[in-house]
Design a protein around this ligand. Sequence first.
Ligand code: SF4
Length: 302
Amino acid sequence: MDIEIVKKIEELKRKRKAVILAHFYQSPEVQDIADFVGDSLELSRKARDAEGETIVFCGVWFMAETAKVLCPQKTVLLPEQNAGCPMADMVTPDDVHRLRAEHPGAAVVCYVNSSAGIKACSDICCTSSNAVAVVKSLKESEIIFVPDQNLGHYVSTQVPDKRFILHSGFCPTHHRISPDDITAARAAHPNALVLVHPECPPGVVSQADFTGSTAQILDYATKSEQTAFIIGTEDGILYRLGKQNPGKQFYPLGGSMVCSNMKKTSLESVYRSLKDMQYQMELDKETISKAAVCLNRMFSVS
Ligand code: SF4
């Protein structure tokens, strides 16, 4: 069954002149049919530089929106219409305008995990890979960081000379991890290094051996001479870690970390997406042009 549907996807991909992008958090079978698998920063670059006429984005809503902002002339498809991001939904443009009014001299930095509307009213975007570099590049000494309080806090520890105003958003998948989970995981796997994503709470990040984006965690584990790792980010990365590092062991932190939205996409929905050309991302011209300024400013830094 899977072989049949993969064949149909390949045929439709040629017919639609499509490229399939998948986030590291997607399920293994979806990662395997993608032309490129990566983290938010890599996928934004791939979307920007993609050839062809159609982009199928196997991820969540804000990722497909970002691709549309970067390639407005292309058709961008999100296979699962209801694949959203609870953290992205936690901040509204009104929140950003209110924070700007309260802190008139501050620069607004938005995490890429936000809507195009938030990008359109922010000064610069960042991903978890480049957030520290983005903030360091700014002349403003005061930073409004939206929406992830945990990534914002992590960046504040790396750039201590700036003052941060953090929005209260968080990723439910990462925010539920506690320092006790690290203690239990280290007891179960005493020789393993703990690698976590900066969307985890500060008490978890401070106890980890390494903190980085999914791409940075992958790179760290691949280059490390250690052979066992406890991974504190969404479980989808475990597939890629294992594939790229046969012979090394990877254990999920906190038992398991699953983003149900990231797991909505299936081979069936990718097939339907290409067959019916759904669900197409649509944004108004003003939002595209303002959000593009915010994203391109990030690309000029990193
Ligand atoms: S893992 Fe967290 S930040 Fe990423 S899409 Fe899921 S809810 Fe959003």
